[in-house]
Design a protein around this ligand. Structure first.
Ligand SMILES: CC(C)(COP(=O)(O)OP(=O)(O)OC[C@H]1O[C@@H](n2cnc3c(N)ncnc32)[C@H](O)[C@@H]1OP(=O)(O)O)[C@@H](O)C(=O)NCCC(=O)NCCS
Length: 399
């Protein structure tokens, strides 16, 4: 076999991996309702490719409640080192073993035998902090921590989804009791008992905030793909927020390295919350962000000042009549003034530099600073920001 010519031997890891949530043995045999990861680069490199197999199919199935894990793979052909100058196929078992939970099953029959028992014996973790119904189905949000017996092993199964759906995911140190876990379950009746299928979860970490408070930082949030875009992410975040609002020890809430998806979810939820505050009422929105807004958002909703201002800009745009040229211009100038702050700082730094640089060095620095078209840059940034704000405003009108 000639290596490098046969592209059939290179599989897209994202396509080859089939994830599925199963609660009955026979569901393990079918591929229907499986879904694919969005990211596999942490395991299979930047190209997200698996080398050495033809028609590769990897099954990674999880018990829908217990998350009991099965891992198996099939292929029609595997590269043979003896006929390919010693080139070997990627060691899929070795690579996946790094992220899979301990005790995963590789024997399908055995997995099918154990699955149903594990599923029916499963008890949800943590205390209930909220419940809601959607389309006649009941959902429960529970708060848990690492002290709960059996939780660490369960979390080890659950966290693998982060690798598949968050580009920069990393596993947290779950020996640290400052982590809190918020688990979202679908509570459904099965004969005479209830089953708790996991829908998603989020984690937060308690940092010290001077002088005697806590800063709660959201670290990861995920809703499993079959359940996304139904409002569950918003419910999970809102439930965590309403608990934090009542907690006098919490100064404010921040987020760790927020992704685009998370920013959009948080903006939507925070706009809904802030819109109820007197400081953010429509008549107060046209004169700029003020301390009163920052204070109300922090004291009542634990929203950090930077986010409180962002929410202000979204709600002000919502209250702006964009067909009124004067009103719209006032809005644009307001946002652009904030966006131009870094340029102003750059100009100030240059003035300071003038004292220390030789005239020719100073001139070179000025040329460099002007080389980019700042006005264009400012306009482009404004356009991108307005677009993202408008998509939140659209959603606010819908839900
Ligand atoms: C980001 C994430 C947590 C959002 O969860 P979700 O349950 O899909 O979010 P929601 O359903 O509440 O809102 C998402 C969309 O559903 C729509 N939606 C449907 N019903 C809704 C409702 N009742 N309320 C709010 N939004 C609703 C909204 O239009 C929203 O639109 P958008 O995707 O354009 O923003 C989820 O997509 C996810 O897990 N992504 C992968 C992991 C990730 O990126 N995590 C963030 C980084 S840590």
């Amino acid at each position: 076999m000639e290596v490098g010519k046969d592209h059939d031997l290179i599989a897209s890891a994202n396509e080859a991996i089939h994830l599925k949530l199963v609660s009955k043995g026979d569901e393990v045999l079918e591929k229907s309702e499986s879904f694919h990861p969005e990211f596999t680069h942490q395991l299979f490199g930047d190209n997200e490719a698996i080398f050495g197999y033809k028609d590769l199919e990897i099954k990674l199935y999880y018990g829908s409640s217990s998350l009991l894990t099965y891992f198996g793979f099939t292929y029609s052909q595997k590269i043979d080192p003896s006929t390919s100058d010693g080139v070997k196929a990627d060691d899929i078992i070795q690579i996946l073993s790094d992220v899979l939970p301990q005790g995963f099953y590789t024997n399908q029959d055995e997995y099918m035998r154990v699955l149903e028992k594990e599923e029916s014996n499963f008890k949800p973790f943590g205390e209930i902090i909220n419940s809601y119904s959607l389309d006649d189905q009941t959902f429960e949000i529970r708060k848990a921590n690492v002290d709960i017996p059996g939780f660490k092993a369960y979390h080890e199964r659950l966290r693998t989804f982060l690798i598949w759906y968050i580009e920069t995911a990393s596993f947290i140190d779950d020996d640290d009791e400052k982590w809190t876990f918020y688990l979202l379950y679908h509570k459904r009746k099965d004969h005479n008992a209830f089953r708790y299928d996991i829908i998603g979860y989020m984690t937060s970490y308690n940092y010290y905030a001077y002088p005697d408070k806590i800063r709660s930082r959201i670290s990861q949030i995920i809703i499993l793909p079959p359940y996304q875009r139904n409002g569950h992410g918003a419910k999970l975040l809102e439930s965590y927020y309403s608990l934090a609002e009542k907690d006098d020890n919490i100064l404010d809430i921040t987020a760790e390295d927020p992704s685009e998806n998370f920013i959009s979810l948080r903006d939507f939820v925070d706009c809904r919350r802030c819109a109820k505050l007197p400081a953010y009422s429509d008549q107060n929105l046209h004169d700029g962000f003020n301390e009163n807004m920052a204070n109300e958002a922090r004291k009542k909703l634990k929203i950090h000042k930077k986010q409180a201002r962002r929410v202000y800009e979204i709600l002000r745009l919502k209250a702006t009549d964009r067909s009124n040229a004067k009103e719209y211009l006032a809005y644009k100038s307001y946002v652009k003034k904030r966006l131009s702050q870094p340029f102003k700082k750059e100009e100030k730094d240059l003035l300071k530099l003038q004292k220390f640089l030789k005239p020719e060095e100073y001139n070179a620095a000025i040329i460099q600073a002007n080389s980019q078209d700042k006005v264009q840059l400012l306009n482009d940034s404004y356009k991108a920001i307005e677009e993202s704000y408008l998509s939140i405003i659209e959603k606010l009108a819908l839900y």
